[in-house]
Ligand binder design. Structure first.
Ligand code: GCU
Length: 701
């Protein structure tokens, strides 16, 4: 999406002729590594768009030249550059803060001022401008600007943007041996055979990709921190970590490490990791100081504790507030953050025990701790209470913790959504979660307002997500899975953007403006998640995948396991009773409006019926269909739709890059085939369990 296709030969008749007057010269006063990045991006982007390399005029001569009003782009921070002061009024300047920015063309359209309170903001503005010029080539043409640029009598570029979420983070689940936990795009770009990559260029390219969508933080190693990765904060690797930090820093991205809670033992040779033990606390303080000596702008620690066999404070009978606050104390002198994950549940459950409910776990553990976390601790909460299923309820912790910083965690990597072999554009799912009204402070208490910190006026808040990239040439395995990485960044910047707009942007930036290409690919993206849902686990019950690797259907794969992930299907019915009346009581974790809606079969939405209720196969949904007929119908339809996706793509042969064309064609054919496997296994399983015939007498085995 950084190819800047608008000016490719043939597209729009060679746009360089219409290059804006200001595009041939860039003036800048400040010297800084992020400013250098912004300059490079801007001049590269403009020369790709218009075929002319702009002249760059730096500090020394800039003052005099500016006075002469030579047409130019003038770039700088609000406080550090003269022209920002000269062009913008006080109230305009006050309208942007932090990483927000202004891009403003003068009345004569001879000067373009780009300004922000921060250097990062200047860089985001540059990416934004280049995106706009690519998406709306008419913007570049003097006097021919689009409607939304109208300002007074003149049509000119006048953009003010402010990121909605302050933390916009990516989590890498990469291991130092070069593998990636839940990675579906090849090996790690970060590590190889126990060492950090020497290919810093690739790391920079990745930083560039991320920054262009607005990402400002990255944790560079798996949340499951094994023996070797525990040493990232020690001498053995710290120098290497610092090199990565430099690459990311140039793009305004802060580096975090996933840390092992038992580091004092594993790395420090102590006997204990008890958060109340003085020696342990001192060890963390000293070690953290060493990290900051190497990386002065280090972000902090991301922690998975007492979760899926990882160590944590429970070992010492301490709670998670005590655990997190100990790290917060070590980080505080340096302005560092503890990002503490709430993915805590009993992963050694007895499947015979129907009273324990994994969905309840995060709320049960963390809700009682509200208000006890230090001010530089942020809880990272998965979007749902289970684990990134195609469909599950939203986590009731959103709306449950008024006095705690929190970020929402999404999974861009498609662990349960087709592993980048099936097409699944995830932005619609994330939007649904963000738009969900928790009623925490009455109507209008949407999750997006909790994630962005505004509902509870929290100092730290935002988005985190598990990356989907690897060493694969197109980064993401399935080339169209790039839309998820792009979409995540854009949504973190502005959750009001629609899934349609983000898809349209990504497709145009990536494939150009050919209307057929745009229409077909956005169409494929926008229906893809519904299609995937229709031929996999039905009605919000989740799972039904092969254990361990999680690819492909296996209805009972997790039914008699210790993981707390059951569907409870028998010959009469299916689903998990999470009601207060007769089930696990999970529904009570929501605020009254939602609790009541989910508790009652009458009001529970169809798509989550099996998440909240155990019902007979003959239960009639709001759609008018029985549960069993819904299962049959969606699975037959899903396969047809998956086949249609493959057919749609074939229409684009010769219209998109041939390598990408054939890669996607192969993947879509595989998806269509694999969807049949899902259909037949699920339908057959439920036909055999229920003994109920398909109304349309289609083939079930
Ligand atoms: C899922 C995933 C694990 C991962 C875990 C987590 O359970 O399968 O591989 O470690 O989530 O989020 O920590």
């Amino acid at each position: 999406w950084l190819g800047y296709h608008a000016a490719l030969p043939g597209a729009n008749g060679g746009l360089h002729k219409a290059a804006p007057i200001w595009s041939k010269r860039i003036e800048v006063q400040e010297q800084h590594h992020v400013m250098d990045t912004a300059l490079t991006e801007l001049s590269q982007g403009l020369s790709k768009l218009y075929g002319v390399q702009p002249e760059i005029i730096k500090a020394q001569t800039q003052d005099a030249l500016h006075n002469e009003r030579i047409p130019a782009i003038r770039l700088g921070t609000l406080d550090g550059s003269r022209f920002a002061a000269a062009t913008l009024t006080d109230s305009e300047r006050a309208a942007v803060h932090g990483e927000g920015f202004i891009i403003r063309e003068d009345e004569a359209q001879r000067e373009l001022v780009i300004s922000s309170a921060t250097l990062q903001g200047v860089l985001y503005a540059v990416f934004h401008l280049l995106r706009e010029l690519t998406l709306k080539p008419e913007r570049a043409q003097t006097g021919a600007a689009s409607d939304d640029m109208k300002h007074g009598k003149h049509k000119r570029i006048d953009i003010t943007e402010q990121p909605v979420n302050s933390l916009r983070m990516i989590n890498q689940w990469d291991n130092v041996d070069g593998s990636i936990e839940r990675g579906y795009a090849g090996r790690s770009i970060f590590y190889e055979n126990g060492e950090f990559t020497r290919d810093i260029k690739r790391i920079r390219d990745y930083a560039r990709l991320l920054a262009s969508t607005g990402i400002n933080a990255v944790a560079i190693n798996n949340v499951n921190v094994h023996r070797k990765e525990s040493l990232f904060l020690a001498e053995r690797y710290l120098g290497e970590v610092a090199k990565f930090a430099t690459a990311f820093r140039d793009y305004g991205i802060r580096l975090f490490l996933s840390a092992n809670y038992a580091s004092p033992i594993e790395v420090g040779g102590l006997q204990s990791a008890d958060p109340l033990d003085e020696q342990v606390r001192e060890w963390w303080s000293i070690q953290t100081a060493k990290v900051y000596a190497a990386i002065p702008d280090f972000g902090g620690y991301l922690i998975k504790a007492d979760s899926e066999n990882r160590p944590g404070p429970f070992t010492y009978n301490r709670d998670h507030a005590e655990g997190a606050n100990m790290l917060a104390e070590a980080l505080r002198p340096f302005g560092g953050l503890v990002i503490w994950r709430c993915f805590v549940y009993n992963c050694k459950q007895d499947w015979r025990d129907r009273s324990t409910d994994r969905a309840r776990a995060a709320y049960d553990h963390f809700k009682p701790l509200d208000g006890r976390f230090a001010d530089n601790v942020i809880l990272q909460i998965k979007n749902g209470p289970m684990d990134f299923q195609v469909r599950e309820a939203v986590s009731p912790l959103f709306g449950g913790m008024e006095n705690t910083n929190q970020v929402i965690e999404f999974q861009i990597t498609q662990e349960y959504t087709g592993q980048q072999r099936h097409l699944a554009y995830l932005v619609p799912q994330w939007k649904e979660v963000l738009d969900f009204d928790t009623y925490a402070k009455g109507e209008g208490s949407e999750i997006k307002r909790i994630a962005d910190g505004s509902l509870y006026r929290r100092p730290y808040s935002g988005f985190a997500a598990v990356s989907n990239i690897g060493a694969d040439a197109c980064w993401t395995g399935h080339p169209l899975a790039q839309a998820n990485l792009y979409g995540y960044g854009r949504l973190g910047w502005n959750p009001e953007l629609s899934a349609e707009q983000i898809a349209d942007e990504w497709v145009r930036l990536t494939f150009g403006h050919d209307e057929q290409v745009v229409e077909r690919i956005t169409g494929m993206l926008l229906c893809s998640l519904d299609i995937y849902e229709s031929y996999t686990a039905p009605l919000g019950v989740g799972w039904m995948v092969n254990p361990d690797h999680h690819y492909g259907p296996n209805v009972d794969g997790y039914e008699y396991s210790k993981w707390g992930t059951y569907h409870f299907a028998d010959c009469h019915g299916i689903g998990v009773d999470r009601t207060v009346k007769s089930g696990t009581g999970y529904t009570s974790q929501y605020h009254a409006e939602n609790a009541a809606r989910y508790e009652s079969l009458e009001t529970c939405p169809d798509e989550l019926i099996l998440f909240f209720h155990h019902v007979p196969y003959t239960h009639v949904l709001h759609s008018g269909k029985t549960v069993i007929q819904h299962i049959y119908d969606t699975h037959f339809e899903g396969v047809e739709q998956a086949e249609a996706l493959a057919e749609t793509w074939k229409e684009l042969e010769g219209k998109v890059d041939p390598v990408i064309y054939s890669k996607v064609a192969t993947l879509q054919a595989e998806q269509a085939e694999h969807a049949k496997e899902w259909r037949d296994m699920i339908n057959t399983y439920f036909y055999r369990k229920s003994g109920i015939q398909d109304e349309h007498a289609r083939t079930i085995y």
